[in-house]
Design a protein around this ligand. Sequence first.
Ligand code: NAD
Length: 364
Amino acid sequence: MKRRILLLPGDGIGPEVVREAKKVLEVVGKRYALQLEFREANLGGAAIDVEGTAYPASTRAAAREADAILLGAVGGPQWDSLPAAQRPERGLLAIRADLDLFCNLRPALLFPELAGASSLRAERVAGLDVLIVRELTGGIYFGEPRGISVREDGVREGINTDRYDENEIRRIGRLAFEAARKRGGRLCSVDKANVLEVTMLWREVMESLRPEFPDVSLSHMYVDNAAMQLVREPKQFDVIVTGNLFGDILSDTAAMLTGSIGMLPSASLNASSAGLYEPVHGSAPDIAGEDKANPLATILSAAMLMRYSLDESEAANDIERAVADVLSAGKRTGDIATNEAEEAVIGTRAMGDAVVSALSYEGE
Ligand code: NAD
């Protein structure tokens, strides 16, 4: 059976990190005889330059046909002067909405070798393993009305709308409970139910799911406290579920706890098993084209792709183990290097090659 994988390299460092992840996918694909079929399309700034829009019809058609999509990153200063509705980042919002990718899984897992690179003391983060489940297709990033207008008194006003219906909350809630069931059995729902009605409903619906999952312990936390707790005592969390805006911010905070944004993968799933896999980081225009980007977040996203969309857990485990082996061997890209005397600082390509050779299925 052919598995169609769509590559969307995007902008900035996107093409560099996707190239390395593709090498890794090819190796495990061959090992497990997966018949991977790669296609490539434009998204974001790259698509604007070639096809005039961030999510062109050709990309949409390819995305709808794919079993899984691996995305680099979009955006860059050359498109920042475009009106908001035409920017590269709109391509990202459009593909998530088009494929109904409502569930974003962001693991924040600290490889022991990188505890020293965390912004917190090593003992606070050693062994950290948090999964943030972020709602991705609703909330304030999509709510109407939105826009900037001039009021009757001549003063400009900006408006966005935070909106969730109970069905949207229920479906992300169920996935989060199920994820917690497969892990440590603890789910913390993050809201601002003391102020925002939309999150009062969020809390009510999360509570209503409790009887379906008697083996999971559910707690609630206000987002301001959650932000504080994540940097104070992050190991108290197992699975965190939250809306689009809070999830965006909290997952970047969790990112720093793990040492580098260059290490964090993510998966965005819909109700079928199709998914979009991408590193948490952006297009890093400051280092684009310099062979400095850390490809491990994208390679770990490829591992999630194997696990969640292709149902190939062994292949996923192999990739994750290869990454751990490379780190144990002291190989580092600049962003995760702490002590250059003991660690070999290598570039994007060399890091991809190191993962490929750590995978080497020799003797078979
Ligand atoms: P960024 O994540 O691109 O970069 C933040 C910092 O982290 C930079 O110093 C960068 O060099 C570094 N960094 C990021 N990824 C790295 C990697 N793999 N290896 C080593 N260092 C890495 O965030 P930003 O600077 O706020 O945004 C840059 C552009 O990316 C903007 O146009 C923004 O809109 C876009 N962006 C896109 C996405 C996405 O495609 N999902 C996400 C965030 C930002």
